[in-house]
Design a protein around this ligand. Structure first.
Ligand code: ADP
Ligand code: MG
Length: 236
């Protein structure tokens, strides 16, 4: 497993990148038992259509480009695609949007994903502290992290107890328990994701930063919908 993970990292460096594309980051997640949406990589519109049919509607189509970090900022993500016609249109719209924002962007293809049912979103991240090394971050998605800074941190390696505490100490924890008709989140599933991100961070020293954002939470299970992994500036 570690070998396969390192192979993914090596390929990115050989391609002149110090970050993984979303599908590469998700493949790495899968190697560490972190659940992700089902996805397929397509080189062009025809392949995207084929992938959408194989995955089954509704799907999400996203731009794959080494020049685009925040895909939705440039109109590079279209959700809830329900037919062949919508899939073909989505690819064309995405390509236009991306080139309008960045005429020099290299379009590497389209990522076709199973559409996950929208729900409460959480984030699991890793940043490297110059003094303490990798630290894991947990919080609820969107404004909770960006505006309210309602997040918890622990230094790697984490115990199961650390992971559980991280989840329970954020102010928004009651939301995860389920309030006002919102379904509760599967806390065990979140603990496992946190522990597996911790494991990945301690085993692969080439990783500088991880951002699983968002992770969709359900009463049974949780699923990574977007993954971003930044590598060290040079291979170690
Ligand atoms: P960005 O690079 O802009 O962060 P994301 O991959 O996170 O792009 O997609 C933007 C948003 O689209 C996500 O925050 C999520 O709400 C929605 N989304 C993305 N992929 C899926 C999916 N497979 N199923 C359902 N919603 C998705
Ligand atoms: Mg995202």
């Amino acid at each position: 497993m570690l070998n396969e993970a390192l192979k993914l990292i090596k390929l990115a460096y050989e391609d002149g990148r110090t970050f993984l594309l979303e599908h590469e980051a998700k493949s790495l997640c899968m190697l560490y038992n972190i659940p992700t949406t089902l996805f397929k990589v397509a080189q062009d519109v025809d392949e995207a259509l084929q992938a959408a049919r194989e995955i089954g509607y509704p799907v999400v189509i996203k731009i794959i480009s080494r020049d685009i970090i925040h895909k939705s900022d440039v109109g590079g993500v279209i959700v809830n695609i329900r037919s062949d016609e919508e899939a073909i249109n989505a690819c064309k719209i995405i390509e236009n949007n991306v080139l309008r924002h960045n005429p020099n962007a290299k379009i590497d293809g389209f990522l076709v994903e199973k559409m996950a049912q929208p729900t409460t979103e959480v984030i699991v991240g890793m940043i490297k502290d110059p003094q303490f090394g990798p630290a894991i971050m947990f919080g609820l998605g969107g404004i909770f992290v960006e505006v309210l800074k309602d997040v918890s941190f622990r230094v790697v390696p984490l115990t199961r107890y650390d992971a559980e505490e991280m989840i329970k100490e954020i102010k928004a924890y009651p939301i995860l328990k389920g309030i006002r008709g919102r379904p509760p989140a599967d806390i065990e599933a979140l603990i496992n994701i946190i522990l597996n991100v911790s494991k990945m961070s301690s085993e692969i020293s080439e990783i500088n930063q991880i951002d699983l954002n968002p992770i969709f939470t359900y009463p049974k299970g949780a699923i990574t919908v977007d993954a971003r992994i930044i590598l060290e500036k040079r291979q170690l």
